[in-house]
Design a protein around this ligand. Sequence first.
Ligand SMILES: [Zn+2]
Length: 382
Amino acid sequence: LKKANQEESRQHNRRLVLNTIYNSGEISRVDIARHTQLTRTTVSEIVSEFIDAGLVAEVGLAPSRGGKPATLLKVDENARLMIGVDLAEKEFCGALVNLRGAIVERLCLSIENENAETALERVYALVEQMLVLADQPVLGIGIGVPGLMDPATGYVRQAVHLNWHDLPLGDLLHQRFQLPVHLANDCQVAALGEYTFGAETANRNLIVIKIGRGLGAGIVLSGQLFYGDNAGAGEIGHVQIIEDGEPCRCGNQGCLETLVSSTALLQKAHLIAPGEFPDLIRFTQAYQAGDPRAVSLLEEAGNTLGRAIIHLVSALNLNRIVIAGNLTCCGEGLLASIQRQVQNGVLPALAQQTEIGLATLGDDIVILGAASLVLKHELGLF
Ligand SMILES: [Zn+2]
């Protein structure tokens, strides 16, 4: 037992030192000791291990404060790679990502009418090809899955568009590739990505709402992804808004995502102007050119989403809400409607402090989020 405790505390110290170096950019051993309250001997030992492993490098001398100048250390961001995978609706995309969230290689496989088995084969093929491209050790595989997941066991409980039900995806990938595998819902992963590699690092509490063909949210609390008791935290896309509304792919009717999603927007546009807005690109162009039909459809979507967001603001009182996904191309208009709803819909004191903004990671948000899941679990960073 004592040995186990010692190993635990060594592991804790290692993670503390690595986080300190990673978050400082460049730092000396003396300053690490000051920062972490560890002894200089312990810090030196741990740093030597990291240098031997190639994770940390000496990068020169600190400006002298009188006396012998200290050697500066930094994390070698290219010493390890993570594989981040986004199992999106039309294609599976994977990337090799370095320790600072830079995409080194990227690959997408198109997906059409896959059954459960062929979809799984496509995931294997994608990971295999990523591994061939990797020129540094790979820390693990991170996957953002659209659906209900159990992140602790790596089970996909349900991913409708892939026909996966109770699939032990984590185990299957681990057995095949002998690498650590970490999975979570794609919207949850997106929130972690924005927190880790986006512009939100300073916001320890954060909600990211991802709008695509569907809609969902991810919640970061005190710098940790919040899964909820059944890993379904943030599943706001299937909250019923209209009792006898449009049928939803979840089996219910009138869910939020039947009103706010790229699919819903294009369907409504088709009703108003058949054939004029065949895809999101055309819709965006019309919106940006000030087409009143596009402007009003987007405003309506923003209003509906804003009405849903006021419940999140009231229940959680998080100051920062970020909108991600493919409607951010019309982001300013969307934000204006949401902000109006929040101003009018919650206690003025809460509304004043709530900031709503747009995500910075663009189409890579799930890939980078999946990679950050690996970074967090394997190196304990963030
Ligand atoms: Zn639904």
